[in-house]
Design a protein around this ligand. Structure first.
Ligand code: GDG
Length: 468
């Protein structure tokens, strides 16, 4: 078996402990094969010039990292990836900014990175590309002459064709995507959206079993729902650090019930609606005043994108307004913390929370939903309130499923969670935990790589590859 080559915009940091489910899963995928290569952006922005590629090795895994120039960071990363692709894929065309120069820069970076990566490939290698930053990387590898297998996994949603086609460059992106041999999505819904898009807009023939004939190639599509390292989260939740940090919060909220949200500060996560729902809960159930505290942890992300600054201001305003209406001398209803915490702390807080609120307006998967489940005490678990628009809802139907735009329904779901009898909480949790453990991160990695091996194992694209 050849080497596994992973290409992702951000990689784990060479020489540092691998933190977070995804970094660990990809690291394990590389080490399980006895080595491989992890290729991506170094996270560094060089002033003007490209500084070439930096190679390092850790436990038989090679890292190959390239810097972006300031112009590339603006056009490719902040511009096209985060101001066009991210909003469109999350059904927020209203927030998208379509700029031809950003797209040009995006294609240039994919071309430059494709060329760099191609120079590192050897016959027999298998390439696994990740996410919306590198939609054109497969095509650039083909253009550079690579004929071996390339898989792609999209971590964010693939929207309905009616939305995806709002991207002025969707035709060129489709042509690029067709150069991957295997396209993996988070959910069945995303996979169907992609297939329908290719059939309706590019005359693809649906051959069944996830195979599509399009642009004179046969490509494979499937859902590979990403999971978490459930055992690790369960361990963190009861670890020394997890418990001691949770008890710091416990001292402040005392015996009050904890409702918890943990999200990157992003407009896809439905944070304003969630705060409003908590406000509505207090409006409608005044007996809860003084007895429940909502903690929202929201580490800021992508602060150099305007829509994120607006969001932060809106959240400050909403939390301030609800708190000023309801706070008392010894009680603040909302503790909104715009900063990050160690994973152990999060796990300890998950376990303490009577209700886990995971209500994105749209989300590829949402790992927080799964982490919340894995951290619970089986004897006395909390209740997960989950958006129907999180990819995780396809697997976690035993949660209280809500429409995140329906503020009243969300408030009622929180109330139901807070008052749910233990027997029902336990029954729901068992079902959820079974799904989270069965579909953990190891399963995701193994399933994807088995499908990619099948592509590489003598079943290459049936027709010759045509360049764009
Ligand atoms: C993308 C897709 C898909 C959060 N706050 C802190 C912290 N986190 C961790 C959580 C969780 C992760 O970040 C967030 O993962 P999500 O899945 O919820 O969301 P995205 O970041 O948007 O991820 C998403 C995912 O890719 C994987 O494919 O599920 O749909 O959008 O693990 O725990 N971690 C630490 N401190 C924090 O304060 N250490």
């Amino acid at each position: 078996m050849g080497r596994l080559i992973i290409a992702s915009n951000r990689t784990a940091t060479p020489g540092e402990p691998k933190a977070g489910g995804l970094a660990v899963a990809l690291w394990d995928a590389l080490t399980e094969r006895g080595g491989g290569l992890w290729f991506g952006w170094s996270g560094e922005i060089s002033e003007r010039e490209h500084r070439g590629i930096r190679l390092s090795t850790e436990d038989a895994v090679e890292f190959a990292l390239a810097d972006l120039t300031e112009r590339e960071h603006d056009g490719y990363y902040l511009g096209y990836a985060n101001r066009a692709l991210w909003p469109v894929c999350h059904y927020r065309i209203d927030l998208a900014r379509f700029d031809d120069e950003h797209f040009e820069c995006y294609t240039q970076v994919n071309r430059r990175f494709g060329g760099l990566l191609h120079g590192l490939l050897r016959p027999g290698d298998e390439v696994w590309v990740h996410d919306y930053h590198f939609l054109l990387l497969g095509q650039e590898l083909r253009n550079a002459g690579w004929r071996g297998p390339i898989g792609f996994f999209l971590h964010i949603p693939f929207p309905a064709p009616e939305v995806f086609t709002a991207l002025p460059q969707h035709q060129r992106i489709a042509r690029g995507l067709a150069e991957f041999d295997l396209l993996g999505f988070q959910t069945v819904r995303d996979t169907r959206n992609f297939v329908r898009y290719m059939v309706e807009h590019h005359d693809a023939t649906d051959l069944g079993d996830g195979r599509l004939e399009v642009f004179d190639r046969i490509i494979r599509t499937a859902a590979f729902p990403i999971g978490i390292d459930a055992a690790e989260i369960a361990y963190f939740a009861t670890s020394e650090n997890g418990r001691s940090d949770a008890s710091r919060l416990g001292k402040i909220i005392e015996s009050r019930a904890l409702v918890l949200g943990v999200d990157r500060m992003d407009y896809s996560k439905g944070l304003p609606q969630r705060l409003q729902a908590f406000g509505r809960l207090l409006d409608d159930h005044q007996d809860l005043c003084g007895h429940v505290t909502f903690v929202q942890i929201a580490p800021p992300s992508r602060e150099d994108v305007g829509a994120y600054q607006d969001l932060r201001e809106e959240l400050d305003r909403l939390a301030g307004s609800i708190n000023s209406s309801y706070s008392d001398l010894d009680w603040t209803p909302i503790r909104y913390l715009a900063r990050g915490y160690p994973r152990e702390t999060l796990a300890g807080l998950y376990r303490m929370a009577r209700v886990g609120l995971v209500t994105p307006l749209y989300d590829g998967m949402n790992l927080v939903a799964k982490e919340y489940v894995a951290a619970q005490d089986p004897e006395d678990p909390g209740v997960l309130v989950l958006s129907e628009f999180a990819g995780a809802a396809e697997q976690l139907g035993a949660a209280l499923i809500v429409n995140p735009y329906d503020i009243t329904a969300m408030a009622e779901a929180i109330h139901r969670g807070l008052t749910m009898p233990k027997e029902e909480r336990c029954a729901r949790w068992r079902e959820l935990n079974e799904a989270v453990t069965r579909g953990d991160i190891g399963r995701w990695r193994r399933d994807f790589l088995a499908a990619l091996d099948a592509v590489g194992g003598g079943r290459p694209p049936l027709r010759g590859i045509r360049s764009a």
